[in-house]
Design a protein around this ligand. Sequence first.
Ligand SMILES: Cc1ncc(C[n+]2csc(CCOP(=O)(O)OP(=O)(O)O)c2C)c(N)n1
Length: 367
Amino acid sequence: MVDVLQILSPAGEVEANELPEGLGDELLVKLYRQMVTVRTIDTRMLNLQRQGRIGFYGTCKGQEAATVGSGAAVEMRDWVFPALREGGVLLLRGYSLEQYMGHLVGCSLDPAHGRQMPCHFGSGEHNFLTLSSVIGTQILHAMGAAWAAKIKGDDTVTLGYMGDGATSSTDFHAALTIGAVHKVPCVFFCQNNQWAISVPFSKQTASDGIAVKASAYGMPGIAVDGNDVLAVYKATREAVERARRGEGPTLIEAITYRIEGHSSSDDATRYRDSAEVESWKQRDPIERYRAYLKRRGLIGDEVDGEIHSSVKQRVDAAIKAAEAAPPPALETLFTDVYAVTTESLKAQYRDVATEDGGGTNEGAFPL
Ligand SMILES: Cc1ncc(C[n+]2csc(CCOP(=O)(O)OP(=O)(O)O)c2C)c(N)n1
């Protein structure tokens, strides 16, 4: 059995001197606020989907520590290549709640102008690729971008996420092989949430976890308690620093659990035992971290209540703004195609604008 890095005990205690470097009081509380934000959004979004107000959603519930802890360990100049559940990392990087809700609603606040599958956030401005539903592809992209950075002499690191299911893809093999051979500055981060839709981890691989696979590729492999935000932060931070020093990639396996169904289209009660879900709920990453922060005196009931209510207010306001916003402007259908809009696209715009009266200025191309 491989050693699993853990800093926070299940009761939320930390041994003296075990706190990772660089984690000051402000960042400790920020991590908590961010985990609460992700949980609040997920709960609301699943409800909104059930009410028919958004089309599709996949939650990160249970995986907040793995997501937020790893996302906080990279710098803004680094690039993130998410898998399916890392929208919270994009929020950490400054993407607004209005953009987040706008994307889910598909309105004019959506930076993708409603032309992306819902719950597939991305933003070039935030060095964050679009969430990847095509399982495994982003692992190669993360490796390739890191390799490019190395060739160019940038000191940028890439963080490539994947689920346990993605480790069975050929892209995983290719990315880790090439990444280790060329010592690229990439951190491969596997969120082992025990299920790939209805396939349990025991059917995914017969190996003793994912981290052990790293040694065959020629890189360090770290197994970490994915419900322990401090351990996740430490493991990722060290891997990022190692990559930045030119020492090559690291594979991190965060051992965690997907509490909800795979997505809003899934009924997980069809294939897994509720007792298993209940046992993981007992290891809730937010409860555990809250116990630690309270014990340290960094938050009390009052501050905790303030965090929850301010997050709720901000989420409510963002939903309201997204639902009130108009659809994306008609001309974006044409202006988003090429850097410079061609004459034939301008002519098509004029036809459509005249036909449906939806253009900003009938007959004239707006840009
Ligand atoms: C290349 C490819 N194969 C199959 C699918 C169908 N599919 C969608 S999600 C999923 C499971 C993903 O599991 P995992 O990588 O563990 O991520 P998780 O959903 O658990 O976060 C599969 C097989 C897909 N989207 N892409």
